[in-house]
Design a protein around this ligand. Sequence first.
Ligand SMILES: [Zn+2]
Length: 490
Amino acid sequence: MNLKRFLVCLSLLSNFALAQHPAQHKKTAKAAPVTRPKADPATAIHQSALIIDTHADTPQRFLDENFDLGQNTPVSEGHIDLEKIKQGNLGAEFFSIWVEPEFKGHYAQRAMDLIDSVYQQAARHPDKMTMAFSADDIARAHDQHKFAALMGIEGGHAIENDMRLLRDFYRVGVRYMTLTWSNTNEWADSSGDIQDPNVKHHNGMTDFGKDVVREMNRLGMIVDISHVSDATFYQALLVSQAPVIASHSSSRELTNQPRNMTDDMLRAMTNNGGVVMVNFYSAFIDENYRKASSDPEKIKQRDAEVDAYKKAHPHSDGSPVTYEETAAIEKKWAAQFPRPPLKSLIDHIDHIAKVAGIDHVGLGSDFDGVTSLPDGIDSVADLPKITQALYQRGYTREQILKILGGNFMRVMREVEATAKRLQEERKESDALSFEDIELMVANRVSAAQLIDRMRQHGVNFDLTPQRRTRLRDEKVDDSVLDAIVKARKK
Ligand SMILES: [Zn+2]
């Protein structure tokens, strides 16, 4: 082999070697090593995390203001849009389906309109976001680098005292329900009006209320105890067979707000296996802000201004003036009190992590639903500052990942597993109720299968003319109706 051929050969060989080890090639071939600034550990943790926030009131903006998540709006107008979501590395948001009590008589319709508004956003931005209905959906969206949109109903009055509506909401994708908002409903007491003697209370929950919790367990809808009275809270924990969440609640020990959670409640959450998602609202996380902003005279003045606006701008169709329309007045009013430091928010996360345990704390911002946020948190884009602050307090990567979303994922999976178990148990042991049949019909179970199940389990109801009509309206086959009568006789 002459020298030239040897060199060619050598270069071929080295090319082959380089092709096999491209990384090594990069390393050795670099003339002058570029020293890239190493990302600080907190940023690295934040960027690698699956971050889940369980409460944002943005659907009102979608519906009442025609707001599109693709618009990059100033923080003074809104806390959430796709650009800010990207900056904050938010993986999943539970959009709140909050029905203002003013919609009395039309609760379910208002809820459905808000639900539709969330789907519309997902349909408009399929490359950036997707609807999600399970823990697996959230994980999948995260793998695809898409933002996952979920929905939770805020205020049990939305089901209009009807178990069927509860199931319908599950079917259209609602995955948690806050048993009450600030208003006591006909089956559960709220912390918002528990001192009001003019409101009819139930000493916690009625029997129907407890059935609602049981049915939520069976469906796989997470029971949310934010906003409820203390008695409702303890009763819900006794009844629920699955872990519960507080979708947006902070610590009462640190900030004396009746809708925050006492240390005893936090410890009860540990036993339940649930998770407390910390609310960012200044008045819930900072005692100074809470005291300043609860001055009765100042509240009176704000409420008068809101009422005056409502009177001056009535809707021609008689529908209520929404929170969205008067939000500007409330925001301006709230701005007169200095914002609390970010430290106040971190103190709440810290306190709940200490009292309930590191496995029982998460984030429930209340973005787009509150008029004041701590200093430095102007929108969802500022979430990395929370990770930074936790890191500085000595939280480990593993602990921070739990707070940012890991704890919630665990609870959602447990709720799903409980539902699966309850549905199987019911199938095996119980005679079918009329509602079971309706559920199966709605889920398009075939006539043959329906008849088979009734033969196996029997039914526990009479086929009254009213029920017969209802099933006929659902186009249920006559053979099924006959089978019901037979199964009942057995
Ligand atoms: Zn709320």
